[in-house]
Design a protein. Structure first.
Length: 107
């Protein structure tokens, strides 16, 4: 074998990828660290979404079934119900869908 083994870099990359946790594990660990109840900004940071997206989901909760409640002008999310909601989406028991838009409502 030569001093430079071209497969050596591939092995290092493969071992680094294997040691990295799966994205769903990262999200679930961030969800576990959220306070009860958490704000939409905290939930957005844990899910890697925009806080505006989370607020939109709250306003469409009839369709998204996102567990949330409003105090004043802020949306809050109970941590225990949030975990159940995410498990339901992963297992397929809950269907996540957006509100259908009528052409007159489009911007």
């Amino acid at each position: 074998m030569s001093a430079i083994d071209p497969r050596h870099g591939e092995r290092e990359r493969a071992s680094a990828e294997a040691s990295r946790p799966a994205p769903t594990q990262l999200v679930s660990s961030k969800i576990d660290e959220l306070p009860d109840p958490c704000t939409s900004a905290q939930l957005a940071a844990a899910l890697g979404k925009s806080s505006k997206t989370i607020v939109d989901w709250c306003q469409e909760r009839r369709y998204t079934q996102l567990p949330c409640f409003r105090l004043g002008n802020r949306w809050y999310h109970p941590a225990a119900e949030l975990k159940r909601w995410l498990k339901g989406i992963k297992s397929g028991q809950i269907e996540f869908r957006r509100k259908p838009r009528v052409s007159a409502e489009r911007r």
